[in-house]
Design a protein around this ligand. Structure first.
Ligand code: SF4
Length: 367
């Protein structure tokens, strides 16, 4: 019997490094893109025997996958289809608005991509410049319009919250543009300052403080919900029925295979990953084992990211027992403060709870 999995293909190339970014990516060129496509094809081949896996989602993430262009993406998707079936699959490509034309969108659509995740970040040009992004708000509008003309009916926009200089007023401008563009899905992430990035060297007072971040998050959640984009995860919002099937696999503790440097996998109860080493991947190095996965604690951590939370039904179906009483006992005082909800159907974080989710999870799962 074949396993149903999600497939993630990492594309570790960018035109230029953004100052806040900790993802594994570097500058590339056409030769390198060709070599990399061949390495991905070889890695795909290693999982292709006897139809052991079937994929109902395929996600090209990065980096900037749109740098590969429609031809290479088409070659990869043909191989993925041969290996993993891709019947009625959600096939997503991350797109940087600075790197795509109408012809590219038409090519991606023809290749089988049916969902785009467009890196809008903000609709305010000064904020895009301060992030070091190479595109303007106008580029995002053009990208969305051209994607629609090319036949894409499922678009996600990525937004960033907590950008230097961002206020509720400027976020309001961004949300107005989002409303105009009418995407099916939005991801809105609070900017996290990663150690070792150029942003980590900037003075802290350049960034909105903790209180301002909370206000921006609440403002974004409310504005997106008012547009009919329902929150289903800490940072994700979708029209009914259009939540990201691929990302839901991560939060539901389902299986996925990630190929490319820095890509992680969870397959047959094991976790493994490819190191952040492009040359190693190009030379066919095998991924590194990362131990067993899928235990109850991990499931709690993942599921409590979702608005739906940890359900009795889900826990019973997966583990064959009820939500342990010790977890419920710890949830009760948190529920009394409005950070969680606890009832017969399960446990879930509220929006206020999402803002302190790490602390809540540490308290719930403490030894
Ligand atoms: S384009 Fe995306 S992946 Fe590339 S450096 Fe910027 S944020 Fe990171």
């Amino acid at each position: 019997m074949s396993h149903l999995i999600g497939l993630y293909l990492h594309v570790p190339f960018c035109l230029r490094k953004c100052g806040y970014c900790d993802f594994y990516s570097r500058k590339g060129n056409d030769d390198l893109y060709d070599q990399y496509t061949s390495a991905l094809l070889a890695a795909l081949g290693r999982y292709g025997d006897a139809g052991s896996y079937e994929a109902d989602s395929c996600y090209f993430g990065g980096g900037t996958p749109s740098l590969l262009g429609p031809k290479r993406v088409g070659t990869l998707l043909a191989a993925v289809e041969k290996t993993f079936g891709l019947h009625a699959a959600e096939i997503t490509l991350e797109v940087n608005p600075a790197t795509v034309s109408l012809a590219d969108f038409q090519g991606y659509r023809a290749a089988g991509v049916n969902r785009l995740s467009i890196g809008m970040q903000t609709g305010v040009d000064e904020e895009l410049a301060s992030l070091g992004r190479l595109h303007t708000a106008k580029d995002t509008v053009r990208a969305v319009e051209e994607a629609r003309r090319a036949g894409f009916e499922n678009l996600s926009l990525d937004l960033m919250l907590g950008i230097p200089g961002q206020t509720e007023e400027s976020l309001g401008e961004t949300l107005s543009l989002v409303r105009r563009l009418s995407p099916e899905h939005v991801s809105a992430y609070l900017l996290k300052i990663e150690a070792g990035t150029p942003f980590s060297l900037r003075p802290a007072d350049e960034f909105p403080g903790e209180e301002a971040q909370v206000a921006l998050y609440q403002f974004a959640c409310q504005g997106l919900e008012e547009m009919g984009l329902r929150q289903y995860e800490i940072s994700n919002f979708a029209r009914p029925g259009l939540a990201s099937r691929h990302n839901l696999k991560y939060w539901n503790g389902e299986e996925y295979l990630g190929l490319g440097p820095a890509a992680h996998s969870f397959l047959n109860g094991r976790r493994f990953f490819y190191p952040r080493d492009l040359e190693g991947f190009l030379s066919g190095k095998e991924p590194v084992e990362d131990g067993a996965g899928g235990d109850f604690e991990e499931y709690v951590l993942l599921r409590l990211r979702l608005v739906e939370g940890l359900t009795e039904e889900g826990v019973r179906a997966r583990f064959g027992y009820s939500i342990p009483q010790r977890l419920r006992r710890r949830a009760k005082p948190l529920a009394a403060t409005g950070l969680m909800e606890e009832d017969e159907t399960g446990l879930r974080l509220t929006r206020d709870g999402f803002l302190v989710s790490n602390e809540i999870l540490a308290r719930l799962l403490a030894e």
